[in-house]
Ligand binder design. Structure first.
Ligand code: SAM
Length: 356
């Protein structure tokens, strides 16, 4: 057995645990399909929850030849697909505070940390206009609309729960929130529901235009490829940057970490995502690549062409993977690195930091 593959796949089983790949909601009910990885639980012990309650109908475990290809070292992956159905009463809304929360858990159901594996979708009545397929694809590599909305709503709701869990604070308690590298507004489209002081910035002028047109309750600004940003020192008390540093080379990362340090107020929080083991398992990274990440600390994977049409610097946007040890040691030069939470930002790991 290749223990490096097993290590990546076990990480995904523990922290990512499951993913939905089809969700349908209409006046009759809610249907969800996906896959779940189980290490210890007997199939009968696995629970499928909608807003914390068991689904009425569950088909599980179903055959899943596609999942075996990703997680061949784990048990039970030949039958890890599920299909659930929850009928709705006439006039019953499945949305609580504007979102539905789905979860797959062991026999004891949800607990204090369960938000880390929950997936959320928004009430369509509260959605703002969606960005074009081209704009979406530039930031997540696929134009799949439901996946775009699911990823944004999920990451943002998990961040809200993390802030409550770790800092006893909600998003609404921050006076000035920066969505650094907001892209097509995947998170920013939901952020104003939870915070009244949202600024989104990006180097992509076309996506900034799209966000400005569709998300009126936040302000958006295009920024340059290199610091500084047009903000005074200590302007923000929370910065969220999802999958931004994963695309910058080490010297550029460091320049931006220094700039984030400048614009964050003392005591302010910075939440940045990195590619961790769970995402490596999903991407079927080779053991050699993962070993190189662990040994080098930071690995330059290659150029990423997704921004070629919108920025005039084709070598700027790249793919980078870094280890937890590297982040803990190197990013501490700029912030107190408090924690790295696996697979919390969609399927990336989230680094929680505080400005000294
Ligand atoms: C993978 S996308 C993620 C977008 C968004 N955060 C999300 O989660 O949907 C990365 C984004 O970072 C932006 N970006 C890259 N370098 C940046 C920088 N130095 N400052 C701000 N944004 C940057 C890109 O234009 C792109 O929109």
């Amino acid at each position: 057995m290749d223990i490096y593959q097993a290590d990546m796949q076990l990480n995904a089983a523990r922290h990512l645990r499951w993913m939905p790949d089809r969700i349908e909601i209409n006046s009759e009910g809610v249907r969800i399909e996906g896959w779940a990885l189980t290490l210890w639980d007997h199939p009968e012990q696995v629970r499928f929850l909608i807003n914390g309650q068991d689904f009425t109908q569950v088909e599980w475990p179903l055959n899943s030849p596609d999942i075996v290809a990703h997680f061949d070292t784990l048990p039970n992956t030949k039958a890890s697909r599920f299909r659930c159905w929850q009928p709705l009463e006439p006039d019953q809304s499945p949305y609580e505070n504007g979102f539905i929360r789905f979860n797959v858990t062991g026999q004891f159901g949800e607990h204090r940390k369960s938000y880390r594996t929950a997936w959320f979708i928004s009430d369509p009545a509260l959605e703002v206009a969606v960005p074009s397929a081209v704009r979406r694809e530039r930031v997540i590599g696929t134009n799949h609309l439901e996946f775009f909305k699911l990823g944004g709503a999920t990451t943002l709701n998990r961040i809200e729960q993390l802030l409550l869990d770790r800092f006893d604070r909600s998003l609404s308690s921050f006076t000035s929130v920066l969505d650094w590298g907001c892209g097509a507004g995947r998170l920013a489209r939901y952020l104003p529901r939870l915070s009244s002081a949202v600024t989104g910035v990006d180097i992509d002028p076309d996506n900034i235009l799209g966000c400005t047109e569709t998300i009126p309750s936040a302000r958006f600004q295009q920024i340059d490829l290199y610091p500084p940003m047009p903000f005074a020192a200590a302007s923000f008390d929370l910065v969220i940057g999802i999958s931004v540093l994963t695309h910058l080379k080490e010297p550029v990362q460091n320049a931006w970490l220094e700039e984030l340090q400048r614009i964050v107020a003392p005591g302010g929080l910075v939440l940045l995502s990195i590619q961790g083991m769970a995402q490596s398992a999903l991407y079927r990274s080779s053991s050699a690549q993962r070993l190189a990440v662990q040994r080098e600390g930071i690995l330059y994977v290659g150029k990423n062409p997704q921004l070629d049409q919108v920025i005039d610097a084709t070598e700027y946007y790249v793919d980078v993977i870094q280890s937890h040890d590297y982040v803990m040691a190197k990013w501490s030069e700029y912030f107190d690195v408090l924690d790295i939470v696996e697979a919390m930002a969609g399927n990336q790991d989230l680094v929680a930091m505080r400005r000294r």
